[in-house]
Design a protein around this ligand. Structure first.
Ligand code: FAD
Length: 454
């Protein structure tokens, strides 16, 4: 009668409180047996980009290896897979980490109901966060809408120390394992993932860039950030493990604040589940946005990195080439989609979801809403990023643009940010700007004025 541990967005063994609960249950049962299960939603898997499919496979391979190849992988409906495994193992309890995002909550509700019908209990513990969403509240008990007071209270509340994997149990021999699925799309490189890789990435970041994170994190041309977002999104490392290693210095403090942005957005989404697709600030739903054929063509140009704005195109091509994009550039491309192309943020968020290997429902929806000016905090709609000036500032020698836009590789230095000014700037087929930024900025402010009056 083994306990089942259902792995979700917590693909690791260390610092996994819910897994330790499963072990404690198995110890109480007396047989010390745990069955580790990953239930793959096949339909959702095949909708992902090649990089995302391969990145999940790499995570599962690494997890399976760390369990001595005892991970059970099942495909199809998640609820059916969890129930089938529980019944096959004769389990009375399935353990898992509690999700707080709308899809995760819906999933655990449907699995919980299906298990109950089969006479099995679903026990949810912990969360994917240092402080579970819903715990940090204003003095009146309500949720925060602004980041800084949230951060101050989050920090005051604190979190527990990381925990090692409990001892005194064994993984049972896999029952009815269907193995990993074959990806339907190729990835342009061998994707690395998994708990060991995440821990090594964190170690490298501590030596390489953490001490000057406050100064270099905004530079798109440098490797000044941790690249831990995939590992955090899939739970290959828990934020507790990261926070436990941070001290009190400028670099460490700013990095802690970035981890807290992830926690803030999870909290905001937990209190406002509709904002996964709807406007946090409802009046923006009444704004005029473009639609029709020419809007679709502009969306396509943005997706493929062919807008004629080098910093925007470099970011969009970095996404397609690597499954990741620098945070500063995410803001530049998001602002461009909404305020220069006049498209709704959800179109961009969907494209990010399909392609980002670090996709996280809360950080994505609210990263978009913040940049679009319809979300939380102090990023007003009238703050329109200038994609050219942002390029000069955050890619000062043009290295980032040349790396991802080969048609501009012949242009030396910062001139790469305005190739249309050069005699030979567009000779390699790079497009002229599809819109005039100055004109579109005025247009977006005029549209803002319309919803202010209403
Ligand atoms: C439009 C838009 C969409 C985004 N979509 C996602 C997404 O789907 N998944 C995702 O993980 N992040 C998203 N972000 C936030 C941020 O861009 C990434 O977390 C960051 O670029 C990841 O790189 P890193 O791990 O090197 O970050 P670091 O700078 O090293 O930061 C460390 C960690 O802190 C968290 N973090 C940092 N900045 C933010 C932020 N602004 N908001 C929330 N968490 C943050 C991440 O977990 C990150 O891994 C988005 C931002 C924007 C503007």
């Amino acid at each position: 009668m083994a306990r089942i541990f259902w792995f979700r967005r917590d693909l690791r063994l260390q610092d996994n409180i819910a897994l330790n609960q499963a072990v404690a249950g198995a110890n109480t049962d007396g047989d010390n047996q745990v069955c580790g299960l990953y239930a793959l939603d096949t339909k959702a898997f095949f909708e992902l980009s090649g990089i995302r499919q391969h990145s999940l496979i790499a995570s599962l391979e690494s997890l399976g290896a760390s369990m001595g190849r005892k991970l059970v992988i099942r495909h199809g409906s998640v609820a059916e897979s969890v129930v089938a495994t529980a019944l096959a193992a004769g389990a009375k309890t399935v353990h898992a980490t509690r999700a707080f995002d709308p899809a995760g909550v819906a999933e655990q509700n449907s699995v919980g109901l299906a298990l109950k019908a089969a006479g099995v209990h679903l026990q949810l513990d912990d969360s994917y966060y240092a402080v579970p969403p819903g715990s940090v509240t204003k003095p009146d008990g309500g949720p925060y809408r602004v980041y800084t007071p949230f951060f101050n209270n989050w920090f005051k509340l604190g979190w527990s120390k990381p925990v090692a994997l409990a001892k005194g149990f064994e993984w049972i021999e896999p029952i009815d394992c269907q193995g990993r699925p074959e990806p339907s799309l190729a990835a342009p490189f061998k994707v690395k993932a998994g708990e060991d890789f995440a821990l090594r990435t964190f170690e490298r970041f501590k030596k390489r860039a953490l001490f000057q994170y406050d100064e270099l994190r905004n530079r798109a041309d440098l490797s000044g950030t941790s690249h831990l977002s995939h590992a955090l999104a899939f739970g290959e490392i828990h934020p507790r493990t990261i926070l436990a290693d941070l001290a009190d210095s400028a670099g460490h403090n700013v990095f802690r604040k970035e981890i807290a942005w992830r926690e803030f957005y999870a909290d905001v989404l937990w209190h406002n589940p509709h904002t996964i697709t709807q406007y946090y600030e409802p009046r923006f739903a009444n704004m005029r946005y473009d639609s029709g054929k020419s809007a679709e063509q502009r969306l396509l140009a943005w997706q493929q990195g062919k807008t004629g704005y080098p910093m925007v195109d470099a970011g969009m091509r970095q996404l397609l080439a690597t499954g990741w994009m620098h945070n500063r550039v995410r803001m530049i491309v998001a602002s461009f989609l909404v305020k220069d192309l006049h498209l709704e943020w959800q179109a961009g968020a969907e494209w990010f979801e399909r392609n980002l290997s670090d996709f996280d429902p809360a950080s994505n929806a609210h990263g978009w809403q913040w940049t679009a000016g319809c979300g939380t905090d102090a990023s007003p709609y009238y703050r329109v990023f200038n994609p050219i000036l942002q390029g000069y500032k955050f890619d000062p020698d043009g290295e980032y643009v040349r790396k991802y836009v080969p048609e501009l590789a012949h242009i030396a230095g910062k001139d790469v940010h305005e190739p249309w000014l050069l005699v030979d700037g567009l000779v390699n087929g790079y497009p002229a700007p599809i819109v005039d930024h100055a004109k579109e900025r005025d247009e977006s402010l005029a549209r803002l004025a319309e919803i202010k009056v209403n």
